[in-house]
Design a protein around this ligand. Structure first.
Ligand SMILES: [Zn+2]
Ligand SMILES: [Zn+2]
Length: 175
């Protein structure tokens, strides 16, 4: 969705307000793609504060399916959007990018709403995702999700002395 800012740019002190749907079905991050489970319309306001400076505000919410760090099952993670940016339209795109290192969402006088929100979702992206605080993760041997029950694999001993004893026993068994 692109919004033309040319009109509001010529009307100092005025506010443009609208609601728009985000277009994504999934959210790409690097080489991964995450399903979007739910999203609210984005409530966007653009204020011309004078001197060709625009204040952009966006509010909404997206819910993304992100795998649990331990067991890899998808978790519905709600990402609130509460965006505020001040953009000096007197500057060229190159100058803005140099000053703010993120204004790729404006080309000429067009606001690319999805790109505007994309940057914010990335900033709000959770560092760690767990399906629950007590998630048991997956078995390192067979890969079973241990939240669904014990797989019966022998537990790895972390004590090297115990491992040595076990080796001796298995040698005896072979004889
Ligand atoms: Zn988990
Ligand atoms: Zn196992």
């Amino acid at each position: 969705m692109h919004i033309h800012l040319a009109d509001i740019m010529n009307r100092e002190g005025e506010t443009l307000q609208l609601q728009t749907e985000l277009e994504w079905k999934s959210f790409p991050v690097q080489s991964d793609s995450f399903s979007i489970l739910a999203k609210t319309p984005l409530v966007l306001s653009v204020v011309n504060t004078g001197d060709k400076v625009l204040e952009l505000k966006g509010a909404g919410r997206v819910t993304v399916a992100i795998p649990c760090d331990r067991c890899l099952e998808e978790v519905a993670v709600e990402i609130p959007l509460d965006i505020f940016r001040r953009v000096d339209m007197k500057l060229s795109k190159e100058e803005r990018i140099r000053n703010l290192d993120e204004s790729s969402y404006i080309t000429g006088t067009d606001l690319d709403v999805d790109q505007f929100v994309y940057d914010e979702v990335l900033m709000q992206w959770p560092v760690k995702v767990l399906c629950s605080k007590t998630c048991k993760g997956i078995c390192s041997r067979c890969g079973q999700n241990l939240n669904h029950g014990d797989c019966g694999c022998e537990k790895e001993s972390l004590d090297p002395r115990m491992a040595a004893v076990r080796d001796i026993f298995s040698k005896f068994k072979e004889v």
